[in-house]
Design a protein around this ligand. Structure first.
Ligand SMILES: [Zn+2]
Ligand SMILES: [Zn+2]
Length: 443
């Protein structure tokens, strides 16, 4: 038990360093993580505050907050926008170690196992600790877990094993709670790797995944700048849901990234390429201002590296009515009416479909990626799994026989698994999927 139990909440008259600005501004103005906050609000402030006896442990607590900042080195922390899909108006976090809550003119502490509940009320936050009666209002608050074991887990949670170790900024934004986690790149990368690749896979494949995740993050820093953070936590950027408890904190190839022309490469990846990867220019013509991630054959045609993937080969059927429904609902496909025919109009030299022609009163070319997306958004991503397919028509039924899962650009995860099993190093795996790139140590 901490000694300041009685003075659980503490007002800090005039001590707010940030005023009552919007949370995003506040967060960007105190970059440098907890160390900077501690430096601005030294222990002497705490000692002189009325009705507050400084516990000796607060010094240790502040030191624990400073340490990760020192470890993180010069690279600024990443800001990850959490829960973008959930649109929370109420949220609760449980501390897994000692943690501090910092809000304008108010400060509170959480002991391990204690919780803070935060709700949205009239455009500002209303928060309370441990279901106490006393609740506070503020426009934003920071949740600062103590390092190294400290963290905050979502409560109630279906994934109790996940914990946020960085500092969390909670604020009100457009009628919902905005939660942004600020954490060093090297703590973000293992958490992404743990979600993107099973822990039982060979270490060299996981290390290759770690390097592509780091390169992607480095290349896309600021992608969501307009929303106040760098990367979102969904597949739009990279899957992230906090750190897995007990996962190794230090990445194996810390600091290593792929580069092209001296800049971090947006190193993409997908589950199963189906025998050959795709060109990033073919999948996203809008990304032609970035270096192309070129296609490669994924092993010999008779034995592709990703042939052991459960998605290597697939078949599915659709009626013309089902496809019409999906296409009509998709703005990208721009299709009206009833589908009378589909033809594969253009493929790349390795058999991936680039364009389909849709018939319904004349054939109209549509990018294969838009067709795939339209079908997947209506009928799920588990049926037409990629754009590497062949197509037959039997009456009003279309039969797709395809290879692979995902867009197919960059690292093929199932291929990397097989290469690692064959004894290749992560460097060799990355050289195979990103042949025009250089692997360098950024820090
Ligand atoms: Zn995103
Ligand atoms: Zn592959």
């Amino acid at each position: 038990m901490w000694q300041f139990r009685q003075s659980y909440y503490r007002a800090i008259p005039g001590a707010c360093q940030y005023g009552d600005r919007m949370g995003e501004e506040a967060l960007s103005s105190c970059r440098g993580t907890a160390g900077r906050v501690s430096a601005r609000r030294p222990a002497t402030d705490i000692e002189t505050a009325p009705s507050f006896r400084p516990p000796r442990r607060i010094g240790i607590f502040l030191l624990l907050l400073i340490l990760p900042a020192l470890r993180a080195g010069a690279s600024p922390p990443l800001r990850i926008g959490l829960f973008q899909r959930e649109r929370f108006v109420r949220i609760a976090f449980t501390a897994t170690g000692p943690a501090r809550i910092a809000a304008p003119s108010r400060e509170a502490f959480l002991e391990p196992g204690e919780s803070v509940e935060i709700g949205l009320e009239g455009g500002s936050l209303r928060w309370r600790v441990n279901r106490r009666r006393e609740a506070f209002r503020s426009r934003w608050l920071h949740l600062l877990p103590g390092a190294p074991q400290g963290g905050l887990s979502l409560r109630p949670s279906s994934s109790r094993q996940r914990v946020f170790k960085g500092r969390l900024l909670v604020s009100a934004r457009q009628g919902r709670l905005s939660v942004i986690e600020e954490l060093p790149l090297e703590e973000y990368v293992p958490a992404v790797t743990a979600l993107e690749m099973p822990s039982g896979w060979p270490i060299e494949a996981r290390t290759a995944q770690e390097v592509v995740a780091r390169s992607f993050a480095a290349a896309n820093r600021g992608r969501h700048r307009a929303e106040g953070f760098d990367l979102c936590a969904t597949t739009h950027c990279q899957l992230y849901g906090g750190s897995l408890r007990g996962q190794p904190a230090a990445p194996r190839a810390a600091g290593w990234i792929l580069t092209r022309h001296g800049r971090p490469l947006e190193a993409l990846y997908a589950s199963t390429c189906g025998g050959a990867t795709a060109s990033s220019f073919d999948v996203w013509p809008g990304r032609k201002n970035r270096p192309e991630i070129r296609p490669v054959r994924d092993g010999p045609p008779s034995a592709p590296f990703c042939r052991f993937s459960p998605h290597y080969r697939w078949t599915c059927r659709f009626t013309a009515g089902e496809l019409s429904e999906a296409l009509r609902a998709s703005p990208e496909a721009g299709f009206r009416g009833d589908l009378e025919a589909i033809r594969i109009a253009r493929t790349d030299p390795r058999g991936r479909v680039l364009q389909v022609a849709l018939g319904g009163g004349g054939l109209r070319p549509v990018p294969a990626v838009d067709f795939w997306k339209a079908v997947a958004e209506r009928w799920g991503w588990g049926r037409v799994k990629s754009t590497r397919f062949e197509l037959w028509q039997q009456g009003s039924v279309y039969i797709f026989r395809g290879y692979g899962l995902g867009h197919g650009v960059g690292l093929c995860q199932w291929g990397a698994r097989q290469l690692a099993r064959q004894g290749r190093s992560f460097r060799q795996i990355l050289a195979h999927y990103f042949p025009q790139s250089r692997l360098i140590r950024a820090e």
